[in-house]
Design a binder for this molecule. Structure first.
Ligand code: IMP
Length: 502
């Protein structure tokens, strides 16, 4: 007869944290949110890779490209670039992140001198910033002829077909610096000349990159930036159980710092084969596996050599796996069950395997709950899809700005490798995800700062200064359906109707 679990499966919103004593030590500035990404002998050594804030962005087309990876690593987190694309294009994204020098950026808005004011306005809307490089061939590496910034044109007084060459600031009037200029010197030049951007050019006058004043300010305000030993941003990559023999070596060569098997159900021999192949060919490469929702799934992947393990089936905002296949588990119960198994594994082996709670984070307080329940870090899709930095289009729908967000199991993504059933493969028999919009929410950093401020405040209320301490001290209570109503504003007429941002 089938096994029926005694406990029903629950989700984050069914729990609250009960505060512990808050002491002088428990102020937000003293909270350490860093998290290990790779298994280690806790108490004897450090994890060989740590992130500075406990969030990673989902292995999804609508979330994690090079732009998101750069923005998130600059804030201290890490992206896993989506694998439902060719090996070449995924590696190209990894290379772009690794090439990104905080401070010297490749120009992403470029035109040739024959372009028109209309082209400039289109680029501005698309890229959402105002600096366009004018190069001989219109590429980011072409010979620099000038710059166009918002100060160079006035739409009300000019015709849309006016040529860029007539209104750009020509190279003769620009302050530039030669290739090899250090960031410090570049910032001094910006400061001394009271300019907002400085083009760096090589000996033939070709554009190498741009240094922006605002980036310097950002850098100063972001002590958490996630950098490798060569001061390059850290980035991860999704992989699948089909083409790993080709994809993994290419990703390693491109510079990926960690890999993650991307699958809706990780309790499978396909993951075992992939993990064993990677570990025997590349023993030093960090590779996470998943997703699982219980102790058996955890133990299986731990024994197969996974460096971190991802938890969650069916909880994602765009996910319809539970409706389609009837498999899954409430996210809170899954995190609690897997954490218990992880702690047992640590007691038995001395090896601590970091856990990632993947999917289903709706409110900011869910982040604190996931950590309290034993996750070391979280993977989020919907959350990041809402920001400027996600790769999808921003649209105006019914008077509200939205961004597109689609599941990897939707017909739009057709990520059949993620939904691998071990058959001949190459197609998806049915959808496990939807194509949707999410409310546009602005800049990643602004939102992340607020979300993490809430996590830190919760940890302080629970008398904790680190994630580990929080996990040990957390006391959780299941809330009744009526007390959930009590938890929101109630019995008042609210002035603001939009409560989704909380
Ligand atoms: P979210 O943060 O709630 O939006 O969940 C994101 C997570 O949902 C991802 O990290 C994946 O684990 C999962 N996911 C992505 N695409 C699909 C899909 O099409 N169906 C089911 N789950 C998905």
């Amino acid at each position: 007869m089938a096994t029926i679990f005694e406990q029903e499966s629950r989700t984050f919103s069914e729990y609250l944290l009960v505060p512990n004593l808050t002491t002088e030590k428990n102020t937000p500035d003293q909270v350490d949110l860093s998290a290990p990404i790779c298994k280690y002998r806790k108490g004897q050594e450090e994890s060989k890779l740590k992130i500075n804030i406990p969030v990673v962005s989902a292995v999804m087309q609508a979330v994690s490209d090079d732009g998101m990876a750069i923005a998130l690593a600059r804030c201290g987190g890490m992206s896993f670039i989506f694998q439902s694309q060719s090996v070449e294009s995924q590696c190209e994204m990894i290379r772009k992140v690794k090439k990104y020098k905080a401070g010297i950026v490749a120009s992403d808005s470029n035109v040739s001198p024959d372009a028109t004011l209309e082209d400039i306005l289109k680029l501005r809307e698309e890229k959402e910033h105002g600096t366009v490089a004018v190069t001989e061939d219109g590429t980011a590496e072409g010979k620099l002829l000038g710059l166009v910034t918002t100060r160079d044109y006035r739409v009300s007084r000019m015709s849309l077909d006016e040529k860029v060459s007539t209104f750009m600031t020509p190279i003769e009037k620009l302050v530039t610096a030669p290739e090899g200029t250090t960031l410090k010197v570049a910032n001094d030049i910006i400061w001394d000349n009271k300019i907002n951007q400085l083009p760096i050019i090589d000996k033939d006058g070709r554009l190498v990159g741009l240094v922006f004043r605002k980036d310097y300010e950002f850098h100063k305000a972001n002590p958490y930036e996630l950098l490798d030993a060569d001061k390059k941003l850290i980035v991860g990559a999704g992989i699948n159980t089909r083409d790993y023999e080709e994809r993994v070596p290419a990703l390693i060569e491109a510079g990926a710092d960690a890999l993650c098997l991307d699958s809706s159900d990780g309790f499978s021999v396909w993951q075992e084969k992939a993990l064993k192949w990677i570990k025997s060919n590349y023993p030093d490469v960090i590779v996470g596996a998943g997703n699982v929702v219980d102790a058996e799934g955890f133990k299986f992947l731990a024994d197969c050599g996974a460096d971190f393990i991802k938890i969650g089936i069916g909880g994602g905002s765009i996910c319809i796996t539970r409706e389609q296949k009837g498999i899954g588990c409430g996210q809170a119960s899954a995190v609690l069950a897997v954490s218990e198994a992880r702690d047992k594994y640590f007691k038995e082996t001395g090896i601590y395997i970091p856990l990632c709670s993947d999917g289903g984070i709706v409110h900011d307080y869910h982040m604190a709950l996931a950590l309290a329940m034993g996750a070391d870090f979280m993977m989020l899709g919907r959350y990041f899809a809402r920001f400027d930095e996600s790769p999808t289009r921003k649209l105006l729908v019914g008077g509200t700005y939205v961004k597109e967000y689609w599941g990897e199991g939707s017909n739009r993504a057709r990520n059949w490798q993620r939904y691998d059933d071990g058959g001949k493969g190459g197609k998806m028999a049915f959808e496990e995800g939807v194509d949707s919009y999410v409310p546009y929410a602005g800049k990643l950093k602004d939102n992340l700062d607020t979300s993490l401020a809430k996590v830190k405040a919760t940890m302080c209320s629970c008398g904790s200064s680190s994630v580990e301490e929080f996990q040990q001290k957390a006391r959780l209570v299941v809330v009744s359906s009526t007390s959930i109503i009590e938890g929101g504003a109630h019995d008042v007429i609210q002035k603001e109707s939009d409560r989704t941002a909380r």
